[in-house]
Design a protein around this ligand. Structure first.
Ligand code: HMG
Length: 394
């Protein structure tokens, strides 16, 4: 039985910073950011968005027919949750008025949490083919003002519906994971930004790429010629180029050229949104579909997921005939073109004006935005959320 991704929804906040502006403010060469790191813009998260609202807003972008009474499981993969105990997935069920007869929970393993959710959902549907699952990878990447990782921040969520006979991507039974305890990036409880050794994390990622691809090829006998595109977790788009370059010596010229061109298409949205941690690999799948008009139904796509700490996993899928229609491509373009560019001072003010962690009552000022769901504030220790549609009586 074929199981895989039936539809995808994407959401990113309505503010961004241009990285040439940021480079000037930090005294760096703009080319370091736009070429050396490979980022043009980064999403800035208003106080009205957290991982719950990002997740609900992403699921709200799914095609209307993709969530129905077959839904049996809701998973949020995230490393920027707002509660130490309660799952963001439960709030998503409430906000979207989903069928409550579901299993709802969160998964955490750095940027790998979305993939863990997707593959758990695949197994769930294999055991219950009449059911579907909603997996949402939702994160806010924050490294701190003027920090080494600042230029690789971002925010957004990707919602994936997993079903039997999926209309977008059939997942193959070839997932191969590697886990090793390393201190490349982690965020101890109570800290708002991670402890990260940027250069070490980059070489650890490449080490995992080498190990996982070599073993995948020896176990599943796949070759680079089998793939129309290879997608990678993109903490910044140069990382994908580095990963492909690490594999290139074993490729012929035609494979190398095809995979390079497709990786460039798959990197376009990340260049504009930044790192969205758990969702970054799936953002590159959305980008490939939106930006590359040469991929076809039947094409095999390879996906490499990496979460610091660290887990690396490679798996593949085959595009289905209706794949271009299972993402609201026009809606994504509209969402991006409606974004407002902040100057660096405005971005710095927004960065420090988030709803503080803790449990004191607070209200977040309402603001104009494209988001249906937003954070209202905190009352009696719990966050509460606004639904623009409900408030307007839609
Ligand atoms: P840095 O030290 O500021 O930058 O930090 P750099 O000096 O290494 O320069 C970056 C690149 O720009 C270099 O190219 C330079 O040569 C080039 P490379 O050698 O890498 O090919 N460069 C220029 N190019 C053109 N014109 C110029 C110029 N100047 C320099 N004028 C770093 C960069 C990525 C380390 C930093 O941003 C960082 O710490 N980021 C956060 C950590 C990160 O993203 N790690 C990635 C792997 S780990 C991962 O993916 C997991 C993660 O998503 C978290 C999770 O799993 O939850 C992070």
């Amino acid at each position: 039985m074929d199981i895989g991704i039936d539809a995808i929804g994407l959401f990113t906040p309505h503010w961004y910073v241009d990285l040439v502006d940021l480079a000037h403010a930090r005294g760096d060469e703009p080319a370091k950011y736009t070429i050396g790191i490979g980022q043009d813009q980064m999403a800035v998260t208003p106080a009205t968005q957290d991982v719950v609202t990002l997740a609900a807003n992403a699921a709200n972008q799914l095609p209307a027919d993709s969530l129905d009474e077959r839904l049996g499981m809701v998973i949020v993969g995230s490393e920027s949750g707002v509660d130490e105990s309660k799952a963001a997935a439960i709030s998503v069920v409430k906000l979207l008025h989903l069928n409550p007869w579901v299993r709802a929970f969160d998964i955490k393993e750095a940027c790998y949490g979305g993939t863990a959710g997707l593959l758990a959902a695949r197994d769930f549907v294999a055991a219950h083919p009449d059911k579907t699952a909603l997996v949402i990878a939702s994160d806010i990447a924050r490294y701190g003002l003027a920090s080494g990782g600042e230029v690789t921040q971002g925010a957004g969520a990707v919602a994936l519906v997993v079903s039997a006979q999926p209309k977008l991507l059939v997942l193959h039974d070839d997932a191969l994971a590697y886990t090793e305890d390393i201190p490349d990036f982690f965020r101890p409880t109570g800290m708002t930004v991670p402890v990260v050794d940027g250069h070490y994390s980059t070489s650890a990622y490449l080490d995992f790429v080498g190990k996982v691809f070599a073993r995948h090829q020896s176990q599943y006998h796949d070759q680079y010629g089998d793939y129309a595109a290879l997608l990678f977790h993109l903490p910044f788009t140069k990382m994908g180029k580095k990963a492909l370059a690490a594999l290139a010596p074993a490729m012929n010229d035609a494979d190398h050229q095809r995979l390079t061109e497709r990786l460039a298409a798959a990197s376009q949205l990340s260049r504009r949104i930044g790192n969205i941690y758990t969702g970054s690999l799936y953002l590159s799948l959305v980008s490939l579909i939106c930006e590359d008009k040469t991929i076809r139904s039947g094409d095999r796509i390879g996906l490499f997921s990496y979460g610091s700490g660290a887990v690396g996993e490679f798996f593949s899928g085959t595009l289905q005939p209706d794949f271009p229609n299972r993402i609201d491509q026009a809606g994504i373009q509209q969402m991006l073109s409606a974004r407002v560019r902040l100057n660096v001072l405005e971005y710095e003010q927004v960065f420090t004006a988030q709803l503080p962690l803790g449990d004191a009552d607070a209200t977040v000022p309402v603001e104009e935005s494209t988001a249906r769901f937003s954070v209202g504030g905190r009352a009696n220790h719990a966050r509460w959320y606004r639904d623009q549609q409900q408030e307007k009586g839609v």
